[in-house]
Design a protein around this ligand. Structure first.
Ligand SMILES: [Zn+2]
Length: 265
């Protein structure tokens, strides 16, 4: 497919802006107090000198490069998180447009990828998954299902219900067997959100892949340092995010390959 350069450029600019907004989410949403969680107030300021950041110093990626990663008024280093997240989200939206062409599927890929990146970073740092990202993503997933594909709205609602249900069962059974929390509510809500984007079969695949990725990464740590590892320290949302990304791109292919395999085809 020949890519329209204007479309690719527009996708990149949109990704930069959304990446900039995602940075605000990553910094503010893990806060406990509702005031500190607000995404729109107060406007961005330097964490060190509290100087309000002017619009020209708040242009995604460009400002960080122009300022060489330092606050204009006090010279304090600005976290590399900002330009990296902005660049990754921009590349994500460009990849979505190149892979799926202009349309609902590209928007779905871009939105899900952006939300998953935010969830993964926050879960890795703080071991929480903010409701704002789960519920916001769920609403967007249901809304985008109205554009068709993957069974439409009914498919999205079913996907959300199955995603929520399967991890809820893990939580209940885990609490009964292990006598401790086996699955956090954040993960359960996250799978409802992912299910709205990928449908019920692919959300089951997401949980399966997330468990595999988690095991591969954590088994060596677990063996090496069994005493210090506590179950609730597992940032399972990170692994579920990886599983969801793989599923979105390749889930249908993986499931049909598997079905052929078990049927001996
Ligand atoms: Zn400053």
């Amino acid at each position: 497919m020949a890519a329209d350069p204007i479309l690719v450029f527009a996708a990149g600019v949109l990704g930069l802006c959304l990446g900039s907004f995602l940075n605000v989410c990553i910094v503010r949403l893990p806060n406990e107090s509702p005031k500190a969680r607000s995404l729109f107030r107060p406007p961005s300021s330097c964490p060190k000198c509290k100087h309000r950041i002017a619009w020209r110093d708040n242009i995604p990626l460009v400002s960080w490069l122009v300022l060489r990663g330092k606050c204009r008024s006090c010279g304090t280093a600005i976290s590399r998180q900002y330009p990296i997240v902005e660049a990754v989200v921009a590349l994500l939206w460009i990849a979505a447009v190149l892979a799926y062409g202009p349309g609902a599927q590209a928007v779905r890929a871009g939105v899900l990828g952006t939300v998953l990146l935010g969830i993964a970073i926050i879960d890795l740092r703080h071991k929480v998954i903010p409701d704002e990202l789960n519920y916001g993503g769920l609403v967007l997933g249901l809304a985008l299902s109205l554009a068709g594909g993957h069974g439409g709205l009914i498919g999205a609602v079913l996907g959300a219900a199955v995603g929520w249900g399967v991890l809820w069962v893990v939580r209940v059974v885990g609490a009964w067997v292990l006598k401790q929390e086996a699955m956090g509510w954040g993960d359960i809500k996250m799978m409802a959100m992912v299910g709205a984007f990928v449908g019920w079969r692919n959300v089951l695949l997401t949980v399966f892949l997330g468990a595999i990725v988690g095991t591969v990464f954590y088994l060596p740590l677990l063996v090496a340092d069994l005493r210090r590892m506590r179950r609730h320290e597992l940032p399972f949302g990170v692994f579920l995010a990886v599983g969801a990304a793989i599923t979105f791109v390749a889930g249908d292919g993986l499931i049909s390959w598997y079905l052929q395999f078990v049927r001996g085809g």
